[in-house]
Design a protein around this ligand. Structure first.
Ligand SMILES: [Zn+2]
Ligand SMILES: [Zn+2]
Length: 284
């Protein structure tokens, strides 16, 4: 099936108010879609990075809710939404990581396809500070002023009046820090992770959108539906020296969400054996 014939000249609504269309729209338009951004769609009601509004459910659920909501508001049939998360790297806890997902929902063809990017390229960090000098020292390490900052009274603000977001000039930073310090003697400073204040995150959203396009272009060999994707990873890639199974992926299962057709693909990472450094016998 020609992917183009499914999407050409259809409208895709992008559920964002953080200017993500700058990187996402040109990529989505490669499918023949016409991308629109609804006015006044407040994604902050679905959770904020600064925690005064909690995110509903998992990262994928949160993106899905935004996409479905924007379809409801506009009456269109295709929506795209993205959602980011930041956490210590699963195996390197001193390094921050950023996982971006982009969800594509097509009501007409009953499709839900998810693109993803996992990266350690992020400036995500925070600190308690007690002077304006300390604030500027933090700022100098996180790419300010190209990357925005947030200053608050407390790590867990109760409402948005306690949060100074989108700080991207020295004057604004000095003013916000002084205001908070005068009241409490210390301030919580952190990186603003909203896409338009964070070019590093914007790049990861762009990569997740590229990944989405490659998944849309991956079609089921049986029914031609787009989104033929890996649903399962099977461990056990053998050690190169002793042939014992390791925790590395030996094969992956692709499955079509439409017709259920499955395909097993051996050695998805290109190698038939694992480095002995990954073996629990050769490298205990
Ligand atoms: Zn299929
Ligand atoms: Zn071994």
């Amino acid at each position: 099936m020609l992917i183009q014939s499914l999407f050409t000249n259809r409208i895709a609504v992008l559920a964002t108010m953080h200017q993500k269309e700058q990187v996402m729209a040109p990529i989505l338009e490669e499918l023949g879609l016409k991308v629109i951004v609804p006015a006044n769609f407040n994604t902050d009601t679905f959770g904020t990075f600064t925690r005064e509004v909690k995110r509903p459910g998992t990262q994928i659920e949160a993106a899905r809710i935004k996409a479905l909501e924007v379809l409801e508001i506009t009456g269109e049939t295709i929506a795209v939404a993205s959602e980011g998360s930041f956490a210590p790297h699963p195996s390197l806890p001193y390094i921050s990581s950023n996982r971006e997902i982009v969800i594509f929902i097509d009501k007409t063809h009953d499709l839900e396809i998810i693109g993803e990017e996992f990266s350690i390229d992020t400036n995500h960090s925070c600190k308690i500070i007690r002077s304006v000098d300390e604030a500027f020292e933090f700022a100098s390490k996180v790419g300010f002023p190209e990357h925005g900052l947030i200053v608050m009274f407390d790590e867990n603000p109760k409402n948005s009046s306690e949060v100074f977001k989108g700080i991207n000039t020295k004057d604004k930073l000095t003013e916000a820090v002084n205001f908070v310090l005068t009241t409490t003697g210390k301030a919580h400073i952190e990186t603003d992770m909203r896409a338009m204040y964070n070019p590093t995150r914007m790049k990861n959203i762009e990569k997740a959108t590229r990944n989405l396009i490659s998944k849309i272009n991956s079609c089921c060999p049986q029914c031609s539906a787009p989104g033929f994707d890996v649903t399962q990873r099977i461990q056990g890639l053998p050690c190169e020296l002793c042939y014992a199974p390791t925790l590395l992926t030996k094969s992956v299962v692709y499955q079509c969400k439409k017709c259920g057709y499955k395909e097993n693909k051996l050695y998805p990472d290109g190698a038939e054996f694992a480095d002995p450094g990954q073996c629990m016998y050769c490298n205990p």
